[in-house]
Design a binder for this molecule. Structure first.
Ligand SMILES: NCCC[C@H](NC(=O)CCC(=O)O)C(=O)O
Ligand SMILES: NC(=O)OP(=O)(O)O
Length: 315
């Protein structure tokens, strides 16, 4: 594994899940493994879980994490090659990434999409520029189109909570939001769930179809009640329109998941990546009830990151 940016294959996915579960039992068992190594975690956007869980994961392995909140503390970065930098940007990604590459053994970066330039976002422009110029193994802390550490934590959580021998029914449901929200978490959840061999139903209002590169093989159902029937895992997420790029087409509150929406899914566990807007995306009754796996997902972020850093240390 040279970089960790996306789902690769089922075998590697399962290896990462198993390793994460080993670390969960004994988080510091490999404390010597990363002695003398450093990881630089660069954030171009806000974060709670990703920032802290990655630092904890690194320190469990003896790796020293250093965080740079580039959006607040760094120079304004120019991303485009060949620009005459006579406006607001101060430092080119080519120079900044190369310097960081020389300081660290591995790097990690969060770079959200613009949601205004679809072409750049679907090519993961900022993230790709960073990988290109850093010269070191890079972990995605959420890019324009993927959030693989979240998805690995989600798959660990599903793996831990499968109760029956049969294949679980996994549903990804759109939820209302007041802001235009990226596609990364939904894309990645679909990519990893399908990649790990689960069946996936995606439900959303008309116009909210995700990029088919991530959803090929999923069942798409615009009737949420029908989609939720007999679900075992229900992943709740808002995203903005992909076809009408970055637009909010609906804020219909009936899409917010409640106990009533799950009346035909008695065994459903509910998942969300957090942060969640209570009583807009998800009701208090679900968030505070027995169905929620949401805190467990957040805890598993540590072991997801730890398994990834550990595997990168091996390569
Ligand atoms: N890192 C996990 C989620 C990040 C992002 N959420 C947000 O931007 C929430 C913003 C708000 O609620 O104002 C998203 O859903 O893709
Ligand atoms: N789920 C997640 O990535 O949370 P943060 O944005 O707080 O890191």
């Amino acid at each position: 594994m040279n970089h960790f940016t996306k789902f690769d294959n089922k075998e590697l996915g399962q290896t990462l899940i198993d390793l994460a579960l080993d670390y969960k039992k004994d988080p510091r068992k490999d404390q010597q493994k990363g002695q003398g190594k450093r990881i630089g975690c660069v954030f171009l956007n806000p974060s709670l879980r990703t920032r802290v869980s990655t630092q904890l994961a690194a320190s469990n392995l003896g790796v020293e994490p250093i965080v740079l909140n580039m959006d607040k503390e760094g120079w304004a970065l120019e991303m485009r090659d060949g620009e005459i930098m006579n406006k607001g940007t101060v430092e080119h990604i080519k120079d900044a990434a190369a310097v960081l590459g020389s300081y660290f053994d591995m790097l990690a970066i969060r770079a959200f999409p613009s949601l205004t330039n679809r072409e750049e976002d679907i090519n993961d422009f900022i993230f790709s520029q960073f990988v290109k110029y850093s010269g070191k193994p890079v972990i995605s802390l959420e890019s324009a189109i993927r959030h693989p550490l979240q998805s690995l934590a989600d798959q660990i959580t599903i793996h831990e909570n499968i109760k029956e021998k049969r294949q679980p029914k996994v549903v990804l449901t759109w939820a209302p939001h007041i802001k235009a929200i990226p596609h990364a978490v939904a894309n990645s959840f679909a990519e990893w769930t399908l990649g790990m061999g689960h069946s996936l139903t995606i439900t959303h209002p008309e116009g909210y179809e995700l990029d088919v590169r991530f959803t090929k093989g999923a069942t798409i159902e615009t009737d949420q009640n029908k989609a939720l029937e007999d679900a075992d895992f229900v992943y709740v997420k808002n995203w903005s329109s992909f076809n009408d790029y970055g637009k909010i087409l609906s804020t219909d509150p009936s899409w917010m998941l409640t106990e009533k929406s799950l009346s035909k899914a008695p065994n459903a566990n509910v998942m969300h990546c957090l942060p969640v807007r209570r009583n807009l995306e998800l009701s208090d009754e679900i968030l505070d009830g027995n169905r929620s796996l949401i805190q467990k997902q957040a805890e598993n972020r540590i072991y997801a990151a730890q398994s990834v850093i550990s595997m990168l240390l091996d390569s």
